[in-house]
Design a protein around this ligand. Structure first.
Ligand code: 5RP
Length: 260
């Protein structure tokens, strides 16, 4: 990896622990104003001190994030789909590499939909982004998306998607946690981070997911709804941070949930 790309990755995956806690707030690019993210600036303000990096679109970056904030970000550069449209998988590149460089992104993020009708389109876009990223020292985060088909999230499918994304050159892969998650991580030659997915039943379920994922080899989380839709978002991100960066058990981390 060239110096510039290495430097960008080290803003995201903290060299001290080799781990990462990213806050995903990019959901609006296809979901619009999701609950608790209607006013992104308000949602993220108390969470910023506990966040290694934000994942977001250029619109939310420019309008809701102070340029003076010392926080790296992963820029979602894909879009063109919506929750009410014909196919969530119909996604392509909507933000240029030039724009990512102008905004000082630490990585660009793109969703691939393996097995969908837009498999080839999204994988081709990923390849294109990786080519441009190599040219400019910009890491690419591939997100293994499943659209509305949440039942796809098993080790067989996610291993396939993660491995394809890495083979096409993504420097980091984001996927879902699943049973036998070790298999997913072991067969993917680049760092893997996990999304949280739709809000889980309990806060302890979220901590379990983060703990199991990191124990199985994930480098951290890129989580959204299970943090900022929590009634105690600050306690939740602190608890996740202690699992990811300090190696806390779920029980130890749960103490943060009792703090405000
Ligand atoms: C959407 C995304 C989201 O950033 C990702 O799903 C993380 O958020 P959550 O933890 O809410 O699932 O990439 O495609």
């Amino acid at each position: 990896m060239d110096w510039g790309m290495k430097n960008r990755v080290s803003r995201l995956i903290k060299p001290k622990t080799g781990k990462a806690v990213w806050l995903a707030i990019d959901h609006g690019y296809f979901l619009g104003p999701v609950s608790k993210l209607e006013d992104p600036a308000k949602t993220i303000k108390p969470l910023i001190p506990y966040t290694d990096a934000l994942m977001l679109t250029r619109g939310i970056l420019r309008n809701c994030v102070d340029a003076g904030l010392e926080i790296p970000f992963l820029l979602r550069v894909s879009g063109g789909n919506s929750i009410v449209g014909p196919a969530l998988s119909d996604e392509s590149i909507h933000t240029s590499m030039e724009e990512a460089l102008r905004l000082n992104a630490s990585a660009v993020a793109f969703s691939v939909y393996v097995g969908s009708q837009h498999e080839n389109q999204t994988l081709t876009c990923l390849g294109q982004l990786v080519n441009e990223g190599q040219r400019f020292g910009m890491p690419v985060l591939a997100v293994t998306a499943v659209g509305k088909e949440l039942e796809k999230r098993d080790a067989r499918y996610l291993s396939l998607s993660c491995r394809i994304a890495a083979e096409l050159g993504a420097q980091i892969v984001k996927t879902y946690y699943c049973d036998d998650f070790e298999k997913v991580v072991k067969s993917c030659p680049v760092p893997v981070v996990v999304a949280g997915g739709p809000k889980l039943d309990t806060e302890m379920d979220v901590l379990d997911l983060a703990h199991e994922a990191v124990t199985a080899g994930a480098r951290g989380v890129d989580m959204g709804r299970n943090i900022w839709q929590s009634s105690n978002a600050v306690g939740m991100i602190k608890a996740i941070r202690s699992i990811v960066h300090d190696g806390s058990s779920v029980k130890e981390a749960a103490k943060f949930l009792n703090q405000k």
